[in-house]
Design a protein around this ligand. Structure first.
Ligand code: 5GP
Length: 120
């Protein structure tokens, strides 16, 4: 089964201010910050403030307001970083097969160069 949310994960610690981050934007429901090991000229992580491990938590545990607030911040960051014209990519790894490293739901936002074909 699905493991419970671990409040010691690194993104929970960033949310609590125990670990610094290069903040891009923040709202009531979400925080956006630069990935520590950027894979593109723009590589931002957007994380919800709720205790979500994966998209499985979308159908239970997360309120509609929290889900909407999260995606609104994703869209705002993409717009504010000037990525709407040339485009960008969102990616989210869920669980072991996808190689999810941090057990707090997050969306990667990549942009600033041609990203090539997405492969599984
Ligand atoms: P995942 O593999 O779980 O989809 O992505 C985790 C991402 O978090 C990786 O791209 C990794 O570079 C990033 N990351 C891991 N630890 C930290 C950290 O302490 N600070 C920041 N800003 N990014 C981190």
């Amino acid at each position: 089964g699905k493991p419970p949310y671990d409040p010691a994960n690194i993104f929970a610690r960033i949310l609590r201010g125990e670990i610094p981050c290069q903040r891009v934007d923040e709202s009531e429901h979400a925080l956006a910050f630069h990935d520590i090991a950027p894979q593109a000229p723009v590589h931002v992580l957007v994380i919800p403030k709720g205790d979500w491990v994966s998209a499985a938590d979308f159908h239970a545990g997360a309120s509609n307001a929290a889900i909407a607030g999260f995606w609104r911040l994703v869209a705002k960051v993409a717009r504010d970083l000037g990525l709407e014209d040339r485009g960008y990519r969102l990616l989210s790894n869920m669980g072991e097969d996808a190689g999810q490293e941090v057990a707090h739901f997050h969306v990667h936002l990549f942009g600033g160069r041609r990203l090539g074909r997405m492969v599984p």
